[in-house]
Write a protein that binds this ligand. Structure first.
Ligand code: NAP
Length: 263
């Protein structure tokens, strides 16, 4: 039996890519698309996905009418908070790609998802998941590190969820980072944002980019650069589809795709 899937943010860039990926997977069935700003439109016109007679719904109640089991959310964090509250209350599973959640959000969601499960992954690209793991492995061997994340010019949050998760994990893997030597920051912000462990994060927004990140680590006489590039939103789809298929077997709240990949 195919897993019945609903998609929040179906009219967005990621949401419409997810609709196409779900519709093209024989183990999944796309049963609902929700997006208040595109409500009432035929999903085919908005996303190009070949599912007849599926109009975009304005709110989540459609999910109960069509018997959705798993919901995918790529929206904006304010909307996602509301969506997830509803999803937890109604016992559906959630796969979330929206970024911008705080540790307090994670705690609230951990308490809310008792009857069903939720994965929040700031990056569904398998190469990016590996990049975070490699950065964590390298951290204890270096004294200094900085993260440069680069995204398209319509991204509304900074730094990216991937950058935040990367520095969090590097800080947990090593406590011995050298202090920043800067005394005079001529242009405020030039040294970037200070993340966990004092690791600096720099956010670049540039037309033409999709999602990219470089982790640069340095110690005496050497540096290591770990770089990942998503050139196309398709890069996130294998991770999203894998998560949709596995989420029913992963109790409670999971942060990051790692455990789903077994790394
Ligand atoms: P986007 O094109 O702006 O899409 C967001 C969509 O959500 C828009 O269609 C928006 O409608 C819609 N929306 C707003 N409120 C909603 C609600 N209450 N219910 C349902 N839909 C709602 O942005 P995007 O590039 O697709 O990115 C979406 C999110 O995914 C961002 O947080 C981004 O950082 C994240 N992302 C994650 C990954 C990952 O691997 N985890 C990868 C890429 C992007 P309007 O535009 O009409 O307001």
């Amino acid at each position: 039996m195919a897993v019945r899937v609903g998609v929040f943010g179906a009219g967005g860039r990621m949401g419409s890519t997810v609709c196409r990926a779900v519709a093209g997977d024989p183990e999944l069935e796309l049963v609902a698309a929700i997006d208040p700003h595109h409500a009432g439109l035929d999903l085919r016109q908005v996303t190009g996905v070949d599912v007849p007679d599926l109009d975009i719904a304005p709110d989540p109640t459609i999910l109960l009418e069509v018997g959705a089991e798993v919901v995918v959310d790529f929206t904006v964090v304010e909307a996602s908070r509301r969506n997830l509250e509803w999803v937890a209350e109604h016992g559906l599973h959630a796969v979330v790609g929206t970024t911008g959640f705080t540790p307090e959000d994670h705690e609230r969601l951990r308490a809310a998802f008792t009857r069903s499960n939720c994965l929040i992954a700031p990056n569904f690209a398998i190469g990016a998941v590996l990049m975070m793991r490699f950065a964590e492995m390298a951290a204890p061997w270096f004294d200094t590190a900085e993260v440069i994340e680069l995204h398209h010019d319509r991204k509304v949050d900074a730094p990216s969820g991937t950058a935040m998760m990367t520095v969090q994990r590097m800080a947990e893997a090593s406590e011995s980072w050298s202090p920043d030597p800067t005394r005079d920051e001529v242009l405020p912000g030039a040294r970037g944002g200070v993340g966990p462990g004092g690791i600096r994060v720099h956010s670049v927004r540039l037309r033409g980019l999709v999602a990219h990140q470089e982790v640069v680590l340095g110690t005496a006489g050497q540096s290591l650069t770990i770089r990942h590039d998503s050139y196309d939103r398709e890069s996130f789809m294998p991770g999203v589809l894998l998560a949709v298929k596995q989420i029913a077997d992963r109790p409670g709240l999971t942060i990051g795709l790692d455990t789903f990949l077994g790394i």
